[in-house]
Ligand binder design. Structure first.
Ligand code: NAD
Ligand code: UGA
Length: 465
């Protein structure tokens, strides 16, 4: 029988759960959406004027529906009990210890949430895996649900991975390239799939809603991230050849991307990719390959992460080399701390490893990012308290503006492609820098010729001249 979704609960009010379910609330005014989290501070922020994440367009969506059909709460049990459909959108970080440490996904949060669903549900539910998970996770979720459920409660599990990118999350959610739904190919599985389809079809054209088997859906998410990251590692590997030969990576990427089989997007060379997912998901795929006794496959994907580490190191080394092989005591400005523009997210940001590199060379580092808070930068620099702050404190200054960070700097290092860095008063900055004044463009975003005209020595990733 067709299932009508009237109430949705989303477990996990993070970068995915928050924006995704806020957009569902906006597009489906007849569905009541409650987003829950164990983190009280995060829920309080979602209920305030200062949302916990910075994402263009998100404020408007939340303001339009909050208190109407969109609610944020820490009452996880109540929201689960009332819902007909539950998104599980909790974090699945790389395991830090135990079997698979450093590679496998830590599924503890997911399993705790699943257990909670089984324990508090008094009616049947559709449970949707939104988090990125290893292939066949839905099976273990089903076992947990069935082993702990009350009589008469049935659970259908769907996989519905999220493909939004931070910084463009709202745009991506409004007009997704595709929505992927995986289900068991049984009557009940297909009914659940139809119920979720009917939610998305409020705004997503039906031809963009793809329905596949559960395992294909789970694997497609890891595959998509691995192949996206692979493009960046490929272009970054070529950027090293460009620097050694005098070729220019933007020109090479443009020429390559013109091939319609290849496409022009996602070919921008950089200081390396960051973000909470690419590295984690590839390592997850590496672990999966190894567990399946496919060592050559594991090695192939691991190289994508290794190339990224190499690119970050290579860039930091280049700065030191260019500054005549020592940066001890020199002031170096880092512009940008977020892992990409238009987000305040710093997870796995290349800026962190680059700053650590400079600090290990005993440089004085000044930092500026338009969205990242000072306290977040300190969490990153101390690896969330694992590294003592005291020894590095005298060497780090967090600034309120790019201009302030650049004042007196022997090198200005652009790590994030924030638009505002293009339109800084570079003449004024130059006046305040010792000579020679160096700019390192890790994002190929600045007008190199204009900076050279002012007097800067400009070093750009992927450019030999
Ligand atoms: P996040 O850390 O921002 O959010 C997860 C939230 O879940 C946290 O606020 C945490 O407190 C909460 N949580 C954990 N266990 C809970 C429980 N048992 N009950 C209630 N709340 C609980 O993570 P995120 O970036 O939103 O990522 C979530 C998932 O989505 C991950 O699997 C990730 O790989 C995937 N993903 C992320 C992105 C992205 O751009 N960040 C994109 C696509 C997919
Ligand atoms: C990425 C994917 O693009 C999303 O589809 C996916 O849903 C998400 O991961 C996820 O699963 O978490 P995100 O990490 O938010 O999204 O941002 P991207 O735009 O993919 O950028 C990732 C990193 O790659 C950034 O550091 C970015 O600067 C870098 N990048 C991106 C490049 O260096 N070059 C490029 O051409 C593109």
């Amino acid at each position: 029988a067709p299932i009508t979704v009237k109430k949705i609960c989303c477990i996990g009010a993070g970068y995915v759960g928050g924006p995704t379910c806020a957009v569902i609330a906006l597009k489906c005014p007849n569905i009541i959406v409650t987003i829950v989290d164990l983190n009280q501070a995060r829920i309080d922020a979602w209920n305030s004027d200062n949302l916990p994440i910075y994402e263009p367009g998100l404020d408007e969506v939340v303001k339009a529906r909050r208190g109407k059909n969109l609610f944020f709460s820490t009452d996880v049990d109540k929201a689960i009990a009332e819902a007909d459909l539950i998104f599980v959108s909790v974090n699945t970080p790389t395991k830090k210890s135990g079997i698979g440490a450093g590679f496998a996904a830590d599924l503890n949060y997911l399993q705790l949430a699943t257990r909670r669903i089984a324990e508090v549900s008094t009616s049947s539910k559709i449970v949707v895996e939104k988090s990125t998970v290893p292939c066949r996770t839905a099976e273990s979720m089903r076992t947990i649900l069935e082993a702990n459920s009350k009589p008469g409660c049935h659970f259908q599990i769907l996989s519905n991975p999220e493909f939004l990118a931070e910084g463009t999350a709202i745009q991506d959610l409004f007009a997704p390239d595709r929505v992927l739904i995986g289900s068991l190919q049984t009557d009940e599985g297909l009914d659940a799939c139809k119920a979720l389809m009917s939610v998305y079809s409020n705004w997503v054209p039906t031809e963009r809603i793809l329905t596949v088997g559960l395992w294909s859906s789970e694997l497609s998410k890891l595959a998509a991230n691995a192949m996206l990251a692979q493009r960046i590692s490929s272009v970054n590997a070529l950027s090293a050849i460009c620097e050694a030969t005098g070729a220019n990576i933007d020109e090479v990427a443009f020429a390559v991307g013109k091939d319609s089989r290849m496409g022009s997007k996602f070919l921008k060379a950089s200081v390396g990719f960051g973000g909470s997912c690419f590295q984690k998901d590839i390592l997850n795929l590496v672990y999966l390959s190894e567990s399946l006794h496919l060592p050559e496959v594991a090695k192939y994907w691991r190289a994508v992460v290794e190339m990224n580490e190499y690119q970050k190191d290579r860039f930091a080394h280049k700065v030191v080399e260019t500054l005549f092989n020592t940066i001890t005591g020199k002031k170096i400005a880092i512009l940008g701390w977020a892992f990409k523009k238009d987000t305040g997210d710093t997870r796995e940001s290349p800026s962190i490893s680059i700053a650590n590199h400079f600090l290990s060379e005993k440089a004085r580092v000044t930092l500026y990012d338009p969205q990242v808070t000072e306290s977040q930068i300190w969490l990153d620099l101390t690896n969330y308290g694992e590294v003592p702050a005291e020894p590095i404190k005298p060497h780090v200054t967090i600034c309120e503006s790019a201009e302030e960070a650049c004042k007196g700097a022997e090198a200005i290092v652009v790590c994030t492609e924030w638009d505002e860095f293009k339109t800084l008063d570079w003449e004024k900055i130059y006046k305040n820098c010792p000579r020679p004044a160096f700019v390192f463009d890790g994002r190929l975003m600045l007008d190199r010729k204009a900076l050279q005209k002012i007097g800067f020595s400009v070093v750009t990733i992927g450019s030999g001249d």
